[in-house]
Design a protein around this ligand. Structure first.
Ligand SMILES: [Zn+2]
Ligand SMILES: [Zn+2]
Length: 350
C-alpha cells in the first residue's frame, strides 16, 4: 500500500510500505479521508522533533474510514463499518484518566506520533485504542471528509466546555482558521447570543464571512476589536474570548476585551521560545477573570461532535475546502500552510 511518511524536517515521502494487519484486539481500517491538521504542518516543518516521534512515521491523525479487518478477540465491530479514530491513547489508570480527563493523561501516546497514522491506504487501530472507545461509528448521512474533521472539532468542544459557553453569551473568537470557525459554530450551537470573529489575514476573513459562522466579523488589521466588542455589548465586554491563533498579542488583547467574570481561553499554543507574555495581572484580579487553556479532547467529546454533525447542528461540511488524492499530498500541505483553504482532506485513491 501507499503511505505518506515523515523522515525528518521537511522530508515527507509518498512511498510503498507493507500493508498492516489487524493487530490482536485491534482493527484494520481502510482510510477514506484524513484531514491535514495545523499540527501536521508544524510537525513536518520541525521534523517531528517534538512529542517523542519515532521516525520514519506515517503521519495524519484526523481519520475516517471503513473497517477492513477485525482483529482476534474484538467484540462489537464488524467489517464494513464506517468509523473515525481517536488520536490520544491514554493509560486509563492515572488520576486524570480516572477523573475523565484522559486528554491530560500522565502517560499518553498518540496516533501519527508513536503509532502510524492515516495518510495511507490503511491504518491499524491498536487494541488499546479500541478498548478505550477511541473507534467511533460514523452516523448515517455523514460523509467521510466531514467525519474526518471530528477530532479538531472535539478539541474545540473540550475548550468550550471549560469556558462554559452558554445561553445568551457574547463570544469572541480571535483567529478565523479552521478551528476558529469550529469555535464559532459551536458557540452558536450552545446558544451564544452573538459571535464576533476577528482575523488579521484578509483572505481568511473573507473565507470566514462566506461560511458565516459568526455574526460580526472584524478585520484586525484595520479595525479596533475592542471598540467593536464594547459597542456590541454596551461597554461590558465579552463573556467568553477564545484565542484560536498562535499569538501572544492576541492573548493580551483577549484579556482586555473580556467582561467582568469573563472566561478567556488560550486555545492555541504559542510558538516554542516565544510563549512568554507580560500582562497586568490586576485586570484578572479585580475583574474576576477566568483565564485557562485547553489541549486535545476525550472520546466523549468526539461522540458529541459526531451526533451534533449528524443532527445538522454544525455546518461542518462547509469547512472542508478541498479533497485531494493522497498522492497530491504536497499540494495539500501547501494549501493548508498558505491559509487559502480551511480543512484540506487527503483521500487514498485505492
Ligand atoms: Zn488535529
Ligand atoms: Zn492516564
Amino acid at each position: 500500500m501507499k503511505a505518506v511518511r515523515l523522515y525528518g524536517a521537511n522530508d515527507l515521502r509518498y512511498e510503498k510500505v507493507e500493508k498492516p494487519a489487524a493487530p490482536p484486539g485491534g482493527l484494520l481500517v481502510k482510510v477514506k479521508a484524513c484531514a491535514i491538521c495545523g499540527s501536521d504542518v508544524r510537525n513536518v516543518a520541525a521534523g517531528g522533533s517534538a512529542h517523542g516521534f519515532t521516525l520514519p512515521r506515517t503521519i495524519g491523525h484526523e481519520i475516517a474510514g471503513v473497517i477492513a479487518e477485525v482483529g482476534e478477540g474484538v467484540q462489537g465491530y464488524r467489517v464494513g463499518q464506517r468509523v473515525i479514530l481517536g488520536v490520544v491513547i491514554f493509560c486509563g489508570r492515572c488520576p486524570y484518566c480516572l477523573s475523565g480527563h484522559q486528554n491530560q493523561c500522565e502517560d499518553k501516546e498518540a496516533i501519527s506520533y508513536q503509532y502510524d497514522g492515516g495518510f495511507a491506504d490503511y491504518v491499524a487501530a491498536p487494541e488499546i485504542l479500541v478498548r478505550q472507545g477511541g473507534v467511533l461509528t460514523i452516523p448515517e448521512g455523514l460523509d467521510f471528509p466531514t467525519a474526518a474533521i471530528t477530532e479538531p472539532f472535539s478539541c474545540a468542544l473540550n475548550g468550550q466546555e471549560l469556558s462554559r459557553v452558554g445561553l445568551g453569551d457574547t463570544v469572541v473568537v480571535i483567529g478565523a482558521g479552521p478551528v476558529g470557525n469550529m469555535h464559532a459554530m459551536l458557540a452558536r450551537a450552545e446558544g451564544a447570543a452573538r459571535v464576533i470573529m476577528a482575523e488579521l489575514m484578509p483572505e481568511r476573513l473573507a473565507k470566514a464571512k462566506e461560511i458565516g459562522a459568526a455574526d460580526i466579523f472584524v478585520d484586525s488589521g484595520r479595525e479596533d476589536l475592542k471598540e467593536v466588542v464594547m459597542q456590541a455589548t454596551g461597554g461590558r465586554g465579552a463573556d467568553v474570548v477564545i484565542v484560536a491563533a498562535p499569538s501572544g498579542q492576541a492573548q493580551l488583547q483577549a484579556i482586555g476585551i473580556a467582561a467582568k467574570r469573563g472566561r478567556v481561553n488560550f486555545f492555541g499554543g504559542l510558538p516554542k521560545g516565544r510563549s512568554e507574555i507580560t500582562l497586568d495581572s490586576n485586570v484578572i484580579h479585580y475583574r474576576e477573570l477566568f483565564v485557562h487553556g485547553t489541549s486535545d479532547s476525550t472520546p466523549i467529546h468526539m461522540k458529541k461532535i459526531l451526533d451534533l454533525m449528524a443532527a445538522g447542528r454544525l455546518d461542518a461540511e462547509r469547512l472542508v475546502t478541498k479533497v485531494l488524492p493522497l498522492s497530491k499530498y504536497r499540494e495539500g500541505f501547501e494549501l493548508a500552510r498558505s491559509g487559502a483553504a480551511l480543512k484540506v482532506i487527503l483521500a487514498p485513491e485505492a
